[in-house]
Design a protein around this ligand. Structure first.
Ligand code: G1P
Length: 292
């Protein structure tokens, strides 16, 4: 698979129960960090990596994700009439012209592996990316997926983003064992979904960015329910490793776990402090709040 990836899959059919009651009507991917919904950060990262086809795996309650990427005729007309060209550009940039969005439905929530498999009719058998929008990755230089796509192309291999986590947290992640780590990457020799700390092969955790060989789809079709009774992407990757090289990659950048409330708060603070209009007032407010 020495091809450059063109297609990116966004599994967005989850329930987002950690953010109830907000997620009663707003999908968690639509929760904002400062002024953009989480999904937009992931979409921007995929486009920067070279993807031009975005596949959203949704469920019947997630109309707002499709609405968000649709053209907003009335709003555009109003902004145009009012001469608000900057805002017009902001809403048009949600999806650049050369990029197309495709929506597929995951009728039953059978797990992340199953969600990815739902994208097969659009992706076919070429290498592709998977991005979990809960994991917001921030980097001043090239985005995490761009770094991974470059490596995947150069090494003709699948690439999975990893990060060290405290051992007591292994039960929240896919955990990998690796060999021949050089620089930022090494070959994965084992991958396990959410192992208890006592049995985890390491404390190197999978983060929500994957560049995968199209071969994974056939393997996912035969993957039985695993951890939590769900069809796990991790188990599909374990099967892929028996046939092809899969690399772990320690990306450059900082990851915010926006699937948790504290992660979303941290991301909001960090992005506000980096925002050209908000940095100063945000800093002032935080100083005052901490002094109280
Ligand atoms: C999923 C994957 C897990 C990975 C994690 C990264 O788990 O199954 O392997 O480490 O994303 O965020 P989830 O957080 O959806 O339970």
């Amino acid at each position: 698979m020495s091809q450059r990836i063109r297609k990116a899959v966004f599994p967005v059919a989850g329930l987002g129960t950690r953010f109830l009651p907000a997620t009663k009507t707003v999908p968690k991917e639509m929760l904002p960090v400062v002024d953009k919904p989480l999904i937009q950060y992931a979409v921007d990262e995929a486009i920067e990596a070279g993807c031009d086809t975005l596949v959203f795996v949704t469920n019947r309650y997630k109309h707002s994700v499709a609405d968000y990427f649709d053209k907003a005729y009335e709003l555009e007309q109003k902004l145009e009439k009012a001469g608000k060209s900057e805002l017009l550009a902001v809403i048009r940039d949600v999806l650049p012209r050369h990029v197309r969005a495709v929506f597929v439905t995951q009728a039953e929530a059978l797990g992340l592996g199953h969600a990815v498999l739902c994208a097969q009719p659009v992706v076919g058998d070429e290498p592709f990316a998977v991005l979990l929008p809960d994991d917001l990755i921030w980097n001043k230089g090239p985005g995490a997926l761009r770094q991974m796509a470059d490596l995947a192309e150069k090494e003709s291999a699948s690439v999975i983003a990893v990060q060290d986590v405290p051992r007591e947290q292994t039960g929240s992640y896919g955990i990998v064992a690796t060999r021949d780590f050089s620089g930022r990457h090494g070959e994965i020799t084992a991958i396990v979904e959410k192992p208890r700390p006592e049995v985890a092969p390491s404390n190197l955790a999978v983060v929500g960015r994957y560049v995968l060989s199209g071969r994974i789809f056939e393997l996912l079709k035969h993957t039985r329910p695993g951890a939590g009774g769900e069809i796990q992407l991790t188990d599909g990757i374990a099967a892929l490793m028996a046939e092809e090289r899969v690399l772990a990659y320690r990306f450059q950048g900082r990851r915010f776990d926006c699937g948790s409330r504290i992660g979303l708060v941290e991301a909001t603070i960090e992005f506000a402090l980096d925002h050209e209009d908000l940095a100063e007032p945000a800093r002032e407010y935080m100083r005052a709040a901490l002094a109280r």
